[in-house]
Ligand binder design. Structure first.
Ligand code: DC
Length: 515
């Protein structure tokens, strides 16, 4: 879902966008703040931003600029290259300097790329001048918000004096200040609408709203009424309190996450207490929280385990994973289903994903939680326990939440290691349900060469045996077309295991003798 709100300075875009972000759980993207940050960085670098000869230097600054946002109780904080620039970008000096900077094509290219990257995986409400025309021409909702210059100047003047015209309809400001702002608004309108690159103009399919005579709430209601999806998000996020439509934090922005994960993670965070960095966390905390939230010590322990186990297993049983890219696509949680032949099986997958910055949550049978020590260990390595033989909805919910926030789930539906092909493999269902609930892709993975590492009766495993792992393409279940949820999930499980077996057979054919 992308909501684009364009319009001139002071038309109420920012306040309206904030309110919509809050009500519908969207990420707020204030593109004006990004151009303001570029202008500030240029000024700080000692450049005369009005001199066209400096354009290349300013473009270089914009390309290298890391701009991010932070939600605060009092509004949105803006960071440029880790420097808090929230206040500095709103000074009269930057009000003026931003015009020439935002007219430089290279600066716009760099900012548009950042804006699209932010919106890639989450729902956004973006406000600016060129959102509906250039940045997101396919936005779901496009609004062009205007107001007569007098009304806009008054709002800004009240804002500068520390008031809020959106809340107080009778608010007034010093006439000299209004006049000064009016002159600046007219100048900027002229500049923004006549510049060559991405001038301020409504998209052909934008809905025009004149906010001169409307309250902020009325504008917001009008916009919400434009789109069914937006209405549904609003309903889902719950009713408004008296002021929440006007101010307050929206969803965290500047992070790329799946839209659904964003919303659900938000809900999850509201009910979850933060993990304590120094005091004890429960095992449930480890199962419920994203691994990126683990306390530093737990993360360091995990990294240590990964490195030691990685080096040792690579030396003793040189392993390689073909098609890792199919498992490690940032922002998208994948359900990885794999055949199970030895204790080594999860290691290559977990390590390969970790090296690419992706968390993997292995599902393990709760019988492995033999005592506090093993429970401690499995919780620290991101495991999620499942009670087999029961409909363990807690495990399903945990896996679903992990997938939705972009973590991979690794599962061995065969449950126990398969020691010979004659053994009938009983499939433990559940993974298809988890994937279906989270709308996550299911990726088959097969391993060969690990079954004969410790032959029956042998105490010491055989060393220096090569092990091969291969990831397949995400499985399309479109062709199944089966009625009934239960039957459908069952058919998904069977198809997924068939794909795993095909991959395994392919590896066996490629590396004869490997089981
Ligand atoms: O919305 P604002 O007043 O904070 O924007 C500051 C300046 O940035 C404005 O004068 C025009 C420019 N801008 C732009 O060119 N394109 C955008 N999408 C947003 C802002």
């Amino acid at each position: 879902m992308i909501v684009a709100i364009d319009g001139p300075a002071g038309s109420g875009k920012s306040t309206v966008a904030k309110a919509i972000a809050k009500r519908c759980g969207l990420t707020l993207l204030d593109t004006g703040a990004m151009y303001r940050s570029c202008a500030l960085l240029g000024v700080q670098a000692g450049l005369d931003v009005y001199d066209p000869a400096n354009a290349d230097a300013i473009v270089a600054i914009a390309r290298a600029a890391e701009i991010s946002f932070e939600q605060r109780d009092e509004g949105q904080g803006v960071f440029a290259n880790r420097q808090d620039v929230t206040a500095q970008i709103r000074t009269p000096e930057i009000d003026i300097a931003v015009s020439p900077v935002s007219a430089i094509a290279g600066v716009r290219e760099a900012m548009v790329a950042q804006q699209r990257a932010i919106a890639e995986n989450c729902n956004v409400v973006a406000e600016g001048r060129d959102i509906g025309t250039v940045v997101f021409p396919n936005a779901d909702v496009k609004v062009f918000l205007t107001a007569d210059p007098q009304a806009r100047a008054l709002r800004r003047a009240v804002q500068r004096a520390g008031g809020d015209a959106a809340k107080d309809k009778d608010a007034t400001a010093d006439q000299a200040s209004i006049d000064e702002i009016l002159a600046d608004i007219k100048r900027r309108d002229e500049y923004d609408s006549t510049r060559e690159v991405a001038p301020l103009k409504p998209a052909e399919d934008a809905v025009h709203i004149d906010s001169s005579m409307l309250s902020i709430d009325e504008v917001v209601e009008k916009i919400l009424s434009l789109d069914e999806g937006l209405k549904a998000l609003d309903a889902q996020n719950g009713p408004l309190d008296a002021t929440s439509g006007i101010e307050g934090p929206a969803k965290p922005s500047g992070r790329a996450r799946p839209a659904k994960a964003e919303r659900n993670a938000g809900k999850e965070e509201r009910t979850l207490e933060r993990m304590r960095p120094f005091a004890r966390n429960s095992f449930d905390d480890y199962y419920d929280h994203p691994m990126s939230d683990y306390p530093l010590f737990a993360k360091a322990f995990y990294a240590f385990v990964i490195i030691v186990v990685g080096v040792v297993t690579k030396l003793l049983w040189p392993w390689s994973v073909e098609g890792v890219d199919k498992l490690a696509d940032k922002g998208k949680g994948r359900m990885i289903v794999m055949n199970h032949v030895s204790a080594l099986d999860p290691i290559p997958v977990v390590i390969s994903c970790w090296m690419r910055g992706i968390s993997v949550r292995p599902i393990f049978k709760s019988e492995f939680n033999l005592n506090t020590l093993t429970t401690w260990f499995f919780s620290r390595v991101g495991g999620i326990p499942v009670n087999r033989g029961t409909a363990d909805m807690k495990a399903v919910r945990r896996a679903k939440a992990a997938l939705e926030r972009g973590e991979n789930i690794l599962i061995f539906p065969e449950g126990t290691r398969i020691k010979s092909d004659d053994e009938p493999a009983k499939i433990h269902g559940g993974f298809a349900l988890m994937a279906q609930l989270a709308k996550a892709p299911v990726v088959p993975v097969a391993i060969v060469g690990a079954r004969d590492l410790r032959p029956k009766g042998a105490f010491i495993p055989r060393l220096f045996k090569r092990v091969y792992i291969k990831a397949g393409d995400a499985i399309s279940f479109d062709s199944l077309n089966i009625k009934g949820k239960k039957q459908q999930v069952r058919a998904m499980e069977e198809l997924a295991m068939k794909k795993v077996a095909e991959l395994r057979d392919h590896l066996r054919a490629k590396y004869p003798g490997k089981m």
